[in-house]
Design a binder for this molecule. Structure first.
Ligand code: COA
Length: 699
């Protein structure tokens, strides 16, 4: 277990610097919470003006303490912070929690102060949470630390929760308390000057008290490190994140399709997806899923049975399950027969199993026993809508009994009137999530299933493909030496072939006569393209003529292109006509914060109209490359849907791996758009027929 944050997460003694005499002040509240929650170590109030705070002897400064302390919680006005930090370091304090605000969030001067604070503690090898935070909680009975000024008393449980917003942290603590979601740790990270979300994930990675990691994030400090850590940790325990700022999609200059489609939002989505981090769209969704993840086992598959005493909610649950990729499959004949024996004749023994309103606790118990034993069911959603004559509490207890040690997850949608609230309470205490609405139960089940798939995903490897780095270097150096950022078609071809991406044979031509000669050398039929500075949508501009079969057709095509693009200065590219394949687009764009993003989709209208594309952050593994190919909605087309031609999938996977390698090897590549790569039935019939490459400026 990572113990580097122990001084903060598991201190044996705490000083509260700025523990105020004033009731309801933050400093006083923190001291009060520490005592009231029953901190198992010693607590020292520090206040220069008071001999005692909250009936406890106070010391004027950290330097006056009779013994060293592990942690200092700092709640003094910002100008006083540096002095307090000096005292803390002098007294051998090992961890700091800085509540004080007015730093980076307040402007430039605060930003400089924060930088100085971080440098100071890092130089001393001391760790710090904050500044501008709400504090830290550890509910471990051996520690019992509530070093926050939150109004809610935290309940013990298995969730490690970090929040970048203090205010939301308070709301979340309150809501968690309401629904019985117990926490192991809560850390309000504030400005994350020293300790980041990455540090906390690593601290909780092997902590047996943490089953689920929840994060509320507003920004990423270091996405690459986050990726490396979460890829590893999500194989051990689920990480569930709410990231605000979803809608800030950034449209980019239209140099490439990839560039236009890849915004920061896509990058975040991709990062989470690739690293197996579950993303909740809303706080409500986060709670829905967290309660299931914290207490229930993972399903072995996606087959769900629904047990109900009312038709409507079960239909809603069924619809929601189907939409979310779960199967509400027919039950095995033996299961149906067994249910028939214990239920009333009016009951339906198909899935959803509707026991009708007369079902009491005994019927629930009997039906549950049968369903839990059925190995063709991976998860159970139990719906109970309280009829007046049924004792809801007894039904809840029947569900709890069935859930004890069950191999599959049981989620409930419990709407009890008669003793219903107590039933819900007992369900929650027993770790069986009780939702109000059927869709929530379905969503939670889908989340459990998604996490199962994340855990089962093969790790894959990044294959070491042979590439010609020297040749690529020579191309890029020549472009830079010429003071250009955009590569000429022949440079693009050299670069891509150096990385093993086959480019359709082509030749440059200054005019029609040279184009005819080039066509003769390449062999008919050919394609003629107009090349002009800044030209992106060649086809729309009339700059591409396909399937030319004679010298006359080539000459006419050159004329027509020249007329369409006039008065732009122009050259031509004559290329072998590639037929019979699927048009795909492979792209690379760089997000200023997240780095390279790889894109894949079907070309033509699929990318332009349907935006049917997937992204990954390189380097990618062979498994991820295949996931990309199979991840687009149009994948069946590539796989030969309805008797259509089949694309060579292995080649496509390799092409993506090669482009990813290019992106990793050459950070100065800003954008690459291979559009289209025509993929035939085998690699010998697959070619890049058009591609654009742009370098970033100043490299
Ligand atoms: N060492 C020890 N105690 C000191 C001190 C020092 N160097 N300097 C001041 N104090 C004491 C004061 O005497 C006072 O105690 P008293 O009331 O008994 O006299 C106490 O510390 C607090 O100082 P005060 O000047 O009253 O400040 P405050 O309570 O108004 O504000 C903060 C202090 C930290 C709360 C405030 O600066 C702040 O940052 N507020 C925002 C916090 C926040 O929102 N954080 C993010 C949450 S998500």
């Amino acid at each position: 277990m990572d113990r580097s944050l122990d001084a903060i997460l598991r201190p044996r003694s705490i000083a509260v610097v700025g523990a105020s005499r004033l009731e309801r002040s933050i400093g006083r509240e923190i001291l009060h919470n520490l005592i009231e929650y029953g901190f198992t170590g010693s607590v020292y109030p520090i206040n220069p003006g008071a001999p005692a705070i909250h009936s406890i002897k106070a010391y004027p400064s950290l330097r006056d303490l009779p013994e060293p302390v592990d942690l200092a919680v700092i709640v003094v006005p910002r100008p006083a912070v540096p002095g307090v930090v000096d005292d803390a370091l002098a007294r051998g304090v090992r961890g700091l929690v800085v509540i004080t605000a007015g730093y980076k969030e307040a402007g430039e001067e605060g930003g400089r102060e924060e930088q100085a604070l971080r440098d100071r503690v890092r130089a001393a090898g001391v760790r710090m949470v904050g500044p501008n935070c709400m504090g830290v909680i550890n509910t471990d009975p051996e520690i019992r630390m509530n070093a926050t000024f939150a109004a809610t008393r935290p309940e013990r449980g298995s969730v490690g929760f970090m929040s970048q917003s203090g205010a939301l942290g308070e709301v979340i603590l309150a809501r968690a308390h309401e629904i019985g979601l117990g926490i192991a740790y809560f850390v309000s990270m504030g400005n994350k000057a020293d300790i980041s979300g990455n540090d906390l994930i690593e601290a909780w990675e092997d902590d047996p008290r943490v089953n689920v990691i929840l994060m509320y994030l507003e920004s990423f400090g270091n996405p690459a490190k986050f990726a490396a850590i979460t890829r590893r940790v999500t194989r051990k325990k689920p990480i569930l994140a709410v990231k605000s700022g979803r809608t800030a999609a950034g449209a980019r200059a239209a140099f490439s399709h990839t560039g236009a489609m890849a915004g920061t939002e896509i990058a975040v989505e991709t990062l989470f997806d690739q690293c197996g981090v579950l993303r909740a769209g809303t706080m409500a969704e986060m709670f829905t899923l967290a309660t299931a993840l914290a207490h229930q086992p993972l399903p072995a598959g996606n087959r769900v049975a629904i047990l109900t005493n009312a038709g409507g909610p079960a239909i809603m649950a069924t619809d929601a399950c189907a939409t979310l990729g779960l199967q509400v499959a027919e039950l095995a004949p033996e299961t149906q027969a067994a249910l028939r024996r214990v239920l009333v004749p009016e009951a339906s023994v198909h899935n959803p199993v509707d026991m009708i309103a007369s079902a009491d606790a005994a019927r629930y118990a009997a039906a549950l026993e049968i369903l839990v034993a059925d190995r063709s069911i991976d998860g159970l959603i139990v719906v109970f809508v309280s009829p007046i004559m049924i004792n809801a509490l007894e039904v809840a207890r029947a569900i709890i009994a069935a859930g004890r040690g069950a191999r599959l997850p049981i989620l409930t949608c419990f709407m009890g009137k008669e003793q219903g609230q107590q039933g819900v309470e007992e369900l929650r205490q027993a770790g069986i999530p009780a939702y109000l609405f059927p869709e929530e139960a379905a969503r939670a089940m889908a989340g459990l299933d998604r996490y199962r798939r994340i855990r089962e995903r093969p790790e894959g490897r990044v294959p070491d493909l042979p590439v010609d780095r020297e040749r690529a270097e020579a191309v890029l150096a020549a472009v830079a030496a010429a003071g250009r950022t955009d590569l000429l078609p022949e440079e693009v071809a050299r670069l891509l072939t150096a990385y093993g991406l086959p480019v359709a044979p082509s030749r440059a031509a200054a005019g029609a006569q040279e184009a005819v000669a080039a066509a003769a050398a390449l062999g008919y039929p050919v394609v003629v393209k107009g090349i002009a500075e800044g030209l992106v949508h060649k086809t729309e501009r009339g700059a591409v003529r396909l399937d030319l079969r004679t010298p006359e057709e080539v000459t006419a095509a050159c004329k027509a292109i020249a007329a369409a693009l006039a008065p732009a200065p122009l050259r031509f590219q004559v290329q072998t006509m590639v037929r019979d394949g699927h048009e795909t687009i492979l792209g690379l764009a760089r997000d200023p914060k997240f780095g390279p993003l790889l894109m894949f989709g079907l070309g033509g209208i699929f990318v332009e109209v349907m935006k049917d594309v997937v992204f990954r952050i390189p380097p990618i593994t062979d498994v991820e490359a295949r996931e990309m190919v199979r991840g687009i909605h149009g994948y069946p087309i590539l796989a030969g849907a309805r008797g259509g031609p089949k694309a060579d999938e292995g080649f496509l996977v390799e092409a993506l791996l090669r482009l990813a390698r290019l992106a990793v090897d050459w950070p100065r590549l800003a954008q690459v758009d291979i559009n289209p790569l025509i993929v035939g039935a085998d690699r010998a019939r697959s070619f890049v027929v058009d591609a654009r490459v742009r370098l970033s400026r100043g490299l």
